[in-house]
Design a protein around this ligand. Structure first.
Ligand SMILES: Nc1nc2c(c(=O)[nH]1)N[C@H]1C(S)=C(S)[C@@H](COP(=O)(O)O)O[C@H]1N2
Ligand SMILES: [Mo]
Length: 256
């Protein structure tokens, strides 16, 4: 793992209090992070070996480059009673389940995510429809969450299941979903973002939490994330192509 990542995780851990992964042991955040860093390192090495790639960073920008209004696209407000109830309640009961091929399944509250070390990055979002937008994102590095869940050796991909139905759910419309390989999932700029430009993530941009994977096109970055699953392949999931748009013909690999 790059020293820069170890540095920011340790700095982020230094100032804060206790971490509680619900249903699990509570440790001081400092010792938790030091322990988890070795796991992040092992996971990163495994991912780089598996997918023969690197963790080269996407460009980051200055505050002055931030667009005054970050454009929104795709679902702007998930059309379910369940989501409306969560939104009305300020997402206080929102949870992200982390399961599949992991040694330690997790159920993370928003407070759990906020208690973990955070990363902030100013990046450019590129949508295949032909627009770009620069915004500042803050969230929990996905690598930390994965390391805490401990992917089993067979795990190769990370699936993200979202709260928004892409049509009429009673008529069997699928919900948005996406996937990344373990290399992209453990990249230091891949975060579960809960803030945009210093404020809580707006509903139209994926509240309360959306994926940012900065070397990828916009459609890979799942909004309204509710469940994460480690898998060996995605042949049996929905249309079998690894994502909502992929099932409709987009490329699974969407590196920029
Ligand atoms: N759950 C969900 N995630 C999604 C989408 C969506 O419709 N639903 N659209 C994708 C597309 S095509 C883009 S460009 C970005 C848009 O993110 P934004 O609304 O923050 O601009 O989200 C991606 N993630
Ligand atoms: Mo997009």
């Amino acid at each position: 793992m790059a020293d820069s990542r170890r540095g920011f995780l340790l700095r982020a851990a230094a100032g804060s209090g206790a971490l509680m992964l619900s249903g699990c042991t509570s440790l001081s955040q400092q010792s938790w992070v030091v322990n988890i860093l070795d796991e992040v390192e092992n996971l990163t090495r495994r991912a780089q070996r598996l997918f023969a790639g690197s963790h080269a960073l996407a460009p980051e920008f200055a505050k002055a480059d931030i667009a005054p209004n970050f454009r929104a696209n795709g679902t702007l407000n998930p059309a379910t009673a369940d989501y409306a109830a969560h939104a009305a309640n300020g997402f206080a009961d929102w949870r992200i389940a982390v399961g599949g091929l992991v040694e330690r399944p997790l159920s993370l509250s928003m407070a759990d995510l906020h208690a973990m070390p955070a990363r902030t990055q100013i990046t450019r979002h590129d949508c295949v429809e032909g627009w770009s937008c620069i915004g500042e994102w803050t969230g929990t590095p996905l690598a930390l969450v994965l390391a805490a869940a401990r992917p089993k050796p067979q795990a190769r991909y990370v699936m993200f299941f979202c709260a928004d139905p892409m049509g009429d759910p009673s008529a069997g419309a699928p919900f948005y979903y996406e996937s990344l390989d373990l290399l992209e999932a453990t990249h230091p700029q891949t975060i579960l973002a809960y803030a945009l430009n210093g404020a809580a993530l707006p509903v139209e941009n994926g509240a309360p939490v959306r994926l940012r994977a900065e070397r990828q096109l916009g459609y890979k970055m799942a909004k309204y994330v509710q469940r994460i699953a480690l898998v060996e392949n995605f042949n049996q999931i929905n249309g079998g192509k690894g994502g909502y748009w992929e099932d409709l013909g987009y490329n699974w690999y969407a590196g920029i």
